[in-house]
Design a protein around this ligand. Structure first.
Ligand code: ATP
Ligand code: MG
Ligand code: MG
Ligand code: MG
Length: 479
């Protein structure tokens, strides 16, 4: 079944259950200081759950473009390495705003997967909230009893607060969740380890596909829970993961959602997918990131040096780096993938078609400028290494590369570790601190690409970039 058909089936199914089908909200959030990007289907309905607004209809369904690269949900580091986390993905969802509750939500999810899509029940597992002492909550018996009527009890697993209790924040609506997981391993593998032992264990072939949240409490300022007068349903299902299941693949990247992009990358770079783990990771990273960046640009978020724009710039630069380092592609090429994406997804998301030229131009300019930086930085780094006395590169030199040439510190650390050199990180930190003080003193406004930076924003830029670098350096040290 083509992914297009899967999406349509989902929406038609919930339409037949009297849901209004609404468009996806933009992936970029402009009016909420607590969130830069849409990271779940429910974001656009937040005010309904908080009781601050009333919806036109109490049953809603859609497919929502999501981005999980910052804040509470940050999957960026997984992307490329695993087969089922993306930066940008579609979340299929259905909602009840004070309308139906657990019985319908569970039964419809089951009906959709097993009757409509005909997924084998023997491959499915479900989880139920086990309860929590601090919150004085017992097991979600209500959900358990409903599941018991439709699935064998040994396929119902209990899950803790981390996986099976959803909260919007420190305060506000929250509640237990039931998740549906699918085991796509071969029969041979299944015989070795029971699927139920692998649920929620980050196994690439026993994956969570659908999360059903039962919003029934309100977390008060003092931390206690109060039963909500009107109860809500909030569900989210990973579209690309569902496509993997339906298309009998072992990886989201092998579905028709990603294959056109991967084929194009193969043609452009001359590197074939499926031959080598390192180049495969690079290809997956690029196929994933071009989607994130294009969707963000199409919704009006250009790469820049602060805030959401900087997150987009970082994602794009990560893709460029992978292409440059592992696919040996030294010229700009990622922008060429936009056309493929627009053809493939333009029907479901017309903004991609409409903004195709903008996406291409912006990505191309970013690529060109960052490739120049990489090129310069690499030869400078070679010189530094050649003139080094021992095996450690001074923090001052690394800082110079970072500060004067814009060469990312995490890349310096990566290259050095590949060549068995280390970096005097403490000295780098001291130089960075000195520079921060300098920039605090010099209250200048600087024009950089598309945005005019204010002094405080420039500081934010330094901190942000550096924080990411610190995390990465720690990781490289572990390797
Ligand atoms: P996981 O445990 O796999 O990270 P999650 O519990 O964080 O998923 P939810 O917040 O419950 O995910 O989101 C609802 C659904 O969206 C998930 O069941 C999954 O199918 C899908 N999903 C979540 N994160 C991603 C991602 N990074 N890429 C693709 N699909 C995702
Ligand atoms: Mg997650
Ligand atoms: Mg999960
Ligand atoms: Mg979940």
């Amino acid at each position: 079944m083509k992914s297009k058909e899967i999406r349509a089936k989902f929406l038609d199914f919930f339409k037949s259950k009297e849901h209004s089908i609404v468009p996806s909200a933009p992936i970029v959030i402009k009016n909420d200081p607590t969130l830069m990007f849409t990271n779940a289907g429910m974001n656009q309905f937040k005010e309904y759950f908080l009781g601050n607004a009333k919806p036109k209809t109490t049953r809603i369904a859609d497919t929502q473009k999501c981005l999980r690269v910052s804040g509470k949900h940050n999957d960026l580091e997984e992307v490329g390495k695993d087969t089922y986390h993306h930066t940008m993905f579609e979340m299929l969802g259905n909602w009840s705003i004070g309308d139906y509750f657990k019985k319908e939500a569970i039964n419809w999810a089951w009906e959709f997967l097993t009757a409509e899509l005909k997924i084998d029940k023997n491959n499915l597992y479900v989880t139920v909230f086990e309860g929590d002492q601090t919150d004085k909550l017992s097991k979600d018996e209500e959900a358990y009893e409903i599941w018991k009527k439709i699935i064998d009890e040994d396929r119902i697993l209990l899950g803790n607060k981390k996986d099976n209790f959803w909260e919007m924040g420190d305060q506000g609506p929250c509640g237990p969740a039931s998740e549906i997981h699918v085991d796509i391993r071969s029969e041979e593998e299944k015989a070795k380890v029971p699927g139920k032992d692998l649920v929620n264990q980050d196994h690439p072939q026993v994956v969570e596909i659908w999360n059903l949240v039962f919003i029934q409490y309100n977390r008060m300022a003092n931390g206690s829970l109060k039963e909500l007068p009107a109860k809500h349903i909030d569900t989210g299902m990973g579209f690309e993961r569902l496509a993997m299941v339906m298309q009998g693949k072992q990886s989201n990247y092998d579905t028709d959602v990603f294959q056109p992009l991967i084929s194009e990358i193969e043609i452009i770079t001359g590197v074939n997918y499926g031959k080598n783990e390192q180049t495969d990771i690079a290809i997956r990273v690029i196929a994933d990131h071009v989607r994130a960046v294009s969707f963000a640009i199409a919704d009006g978020q250009l790469p820049s040096n602060n805030g959401a724009g900087y997150v987009i710039r970082r994602i794009l630069r990560r893709a460029i780096r992978y292409g440059f380092t592992f696919l040996n592609k030294k010229e700009a090429f990622i922008h060429q993938l936009v056309a493929v994406l627009a053809t493939q997804m333009g029907e479901a998301f017309p903004e991609l078609k409409k903004q195709k030229n903008l996406c291409e131009n912006v990505i191309k300019e970013e690529e060109k400028s960052f490739l120049r930086t990489l090129d310069q930085g690499l030869s400078l780094l070679d010189n530094i290494i050649a003139s080094a006395k021992g095996n450690e590169i001074s923090g001052r030199k690394a800082f110079e590369l970072y500060d004067t040439y814009g060469f990312p510190i995490d890349l310096t650390a990566l290259i050095l570790s590949e060549k068995n050199y280390t970096l005097d990180l403490k000295a780098f930190e001291e130089e960075l601190e000195k520079q921060k003080n300098r920039s605090r003193l010099a209250a200048q406004t600087e024009t950089e690409d598309w945005v005019v930076l204010q002094e405080d924003e420039e500081e934010e830029f330094v901190g942000y970039d550096y924080l990411e670098a610190q995390v990465k350096i720690t990781q490289y040290r572990k390797l």
